[in-house]
Design a protein around this ligand. Structure first.
Ligand SMILES: Cc1ncc(COP(=O)(O)O)c(C=O)c1O
Length: 454
C-alpha cells in the first residue's frame, strides 16, 4: 500500500498538546500542490506520506491548514537540534545579512572556524576536515582516499574496498557500488569487482555475528587481505537501525591495522548525538581512520564532511580535491551554531536518557505484536521496527506502509518504510524531544500498529 495516495481520507480528529489533525489526510486544499509535484518532478520523488510541510519547530511539523505533527522523521535524520532551532536560524540570518553567501574555496574565516570546530569534536588524531555538500559525496571522497592510500602503500593491487550487505551509502555511482542492496545497483552494468560486500552481523537477518564470518567471506570471494585498501561501514545500518556487536568491530579494527587497510565509518546518520553518544562508533570503543558525516551536522542546511588523519587527508595536492560549494558560508554558520546548541543543551546526554524511554517502550510494543514486529533495533533516539509476516521473519512491507500511514493520520509524522525489503518502520525524532511527547508518540505507534493489522 502506498503511503502517498492523493485521495483524501476522513480520519478521526486529534487534538493533544503535541498533535492536531483537523482535516482529511491528505488535506483537500493541498492536492493541487501534490499534483504539481507529481507533474513536474520525477516519479522517484514521490512515496512519502502526503503532508505538505509549511514550517517546523523543535520536534513538530506544521502544515498550512491547521494540522500539527509530532515528528518522528527529523526530515531524514537531519534536524538533530530540532526543526529551525532559533540559534541555528539566527546564525544563518546573520551570515546572510553580513553579506557572504558563497566563496568557492577561496579562504574565509567562517570556513576556518567550521573545520576547526569539527576537528575539535573528532577523536584525537583525526585532525583534518574536508567539507562537501551531500552525504553521498563524502562517501565518494572516502572511497577515493581509501583507494589512493592503498595504491600509495601497497601498489596497484591494494585497491579492494570492502563494505556490507544491506548497507546504504548514497545514490551516486561509487556510493551505490559499495552499497549492499542489489536492487539499487541493477543499472550499474560494470560493477567494480574490487568493491565487495560481506554480511553485516546484525543478529537478526544475519544471525552469525562472529568476526570470523568477515574473514571467511573475503576468502570465499577470493580477496586476499593484503589487497584490501579500506573497509567502510555505516556505524549502524541506517535502514534497519542495526548495530554490530562491539566485539566484532574491535576485531575489525585490529584486522584493518594488521592488513594496513583503512577503517571508514559512515556516520552520516549516526553522528551528532543521534545514538546517545556524540559519535555512533563510541558504542564500539574503536576509532576509525576516516569519518563521513552529514545530515545532523547542521540540522538543516546541506553540508557534509570527511574527517580523518592528516596523512590520508593530505594525499591530494592543492586544487585536486575540492568542490564548488565546499564550506558554503551559510552552511558553515549553521554547523557552528548547531554544534554549540548540542553542547549547550547537553543534547547527547539528553538523547541517551530519552533512549532509555524509547527503546524499552518500542520493545514493549513489539512484544504486544509478536506476529508482526520481528524485532526492534536501535540506540538512543534512533530505532527500527522490523515488520514481518506472522510465523517467521519474512518482511511485510505492505503492513509497514499501513503502520506509517495510520501514524501520520494520527499526527505522528514518519517517513515511508525503509531498510530490508522496505519493511522497517524507522523512528528518528529530533533530539530535542522531551519525555511527555516521546511517551505519547510511543502510544500512538502502538495504536497505529493495532489498527493497521486489522
Ligand atoms: C548512512 C548514509 N550514508 C549516506 C547517505 C547519503 O547521504 P545524502 O542523501 O546526503 O547523499 C545517507 C542518506 O540517507 C545515509 O543514511
Amino acid at each position: 500500500m502506498a503511503t502517498d495516495t492523493l485521495t483524501p481520507r476522513k480520519v478521526p480528529r486529534v487534538e493533544t498538546r503535541y498533535r492536531r489533525i483537523v482535516t482529511e489526510i491528505p488535506v483537500p486544499e493541498s492536492i493541487p500542490i501534490l499534483e504539481k509535484l507529481r507533474r513536474c518532478e520525477p516519479r522517484s520523488m514521490g512515496g512519502q506520506p502526503p503532508v505538505v510541510w509549511d514550517r517546523g519547530e523543535g520536534f513538530q511539523v506544521y502544515d498550512r491548514w491547521g494540522n500539527r505533527w509530532l515528528d518522528w522523521s527529523s526530515g531524514v535524520l537531519v534536524t538533530n537540534t530540532g526543526h529551525g532551532h532559533p540559534k541555528v536560524r539566527r546564525a544563518i540570518q546573520e551570515m546572510i545579512e553580513h553579506g557572504l553567501v558563497h566563496n568557492y574555496c577561496f579562504p574565509s574565516e567562517i570556513r576556518a572556524r567550521t573545520v576547526e570546530a569539527l576537528s575539535r569534536v573528532a577523536p584525537e588524531g583525526l585532525d583534518k576536515v574536508f567539507l562537501l555538500t551531500t552525504g553521498s559525496e563524502a562517501v565518494e571522497c572516502a572511497i577515493k582516499l581509501s583507494r589512493t592510500w592503498g595504491q600509495r602503500i601497497g601498489g596497484d593491487e591494494k585497491i579492494a574496498i570492502v563494505s556490507f550487505e544491506n548497507a546504504f551509502h548514497g545514490r551516486t555511482l561509487g556510493s551505490q557500488m559499495i552499497g549492499g542492496i542489489p536492487a539499487l545497483k541493477k543499472w550499474i552494468v560494470n560493477l567494480d569487482k574490487d568493491m565487495i560486500q560481506v554480511p553485516f552481523p546484525d543478529g537478526f537477518r544475519c544471525p552469525d555475528t562472529r568476526f570470523e564470518l568477515f574473514v571467511e567471506s573475503l576468502e570465499k570471494q577470493g580477496v586476499r587481505p593484503e589487497r584490501v585498501a579500506g573497509v567502510i561501514t555505516e556505524t549502524y545500518q541506517g535502514g534497519n537501525a542495526s548495530f554490530a556487536p562491539p566485539e566484532y568491530m574491535r576485531k575489525l579494527r585490529a584486522w584493518c591495522e594488521e592488513h594496513q587497510a583503512l577503517l571508514v565509518f559512515d556516520e552520516i546518520q549516526a553522528a551528532f548525538g543521534r545514538t546517545g553518544t556524540f559519535w555512533g562508533f563510541e558504542h564500539y570503543g574503536v576509532v576509525p581512520d576516516l569519518i563521513c558525516c552529514g545530515k545532523g551536522i547542521t540540522s538543516g542546511l546541506p553540508l557534509s564532511a570527511v574527517i580523518g588523519r592528516p596523512e590520508i587527508m593530505d594525499l591530494y595536492p592543492p586544487g585536486s580535491m575540492t568542490s564548488t560549494h565546499t564550506g558554503n558560508p551559510l552552511c558553515c554558520a549553521a554547523v557552528i551554531a548547531n554544534l554549540n546548541v548540542i553542547q549547550e543543551e547537553n543534547l547527547v546526554e539528553h538523547t541517551r536518557r530519552m533512549g532509555e524511554i524509547l527503546q524499552p517502550g518500542l520493545r514493549r510494543v513489539a512484544e504486544r505484536f509478536p506476529d508482526h514486529v520481528g524485532t526492534v533495533h536501535g540506540k538512543g533516539l534512533v530505532a527500527s521496527l522490523h515488520i514481518v509476516r506472522p510465523g517467521g521473519i519474512q518482511p511485510d512491507p505492505e503492513l509497514a506502509s499501513r503502520i506509517v500511514r495510520r501514524s501520520v493520520e494520527k499526527g505522528l509524522l514518519m517517513f515511508a518504510p525503509v531498510g530490508y525489503a522496505g519493511a522497517s518502520v524507522k523512528v528518528s525524532p529530533p533530539l530535542v524531544i522531551t519525555e511527555e511527547p516521546l511517551r505519547e508518540s510511543i502510544q500512538v505507534i502502538e495504536e497505529a500498529i493495532e489498527e493497521a493489522i486489522q
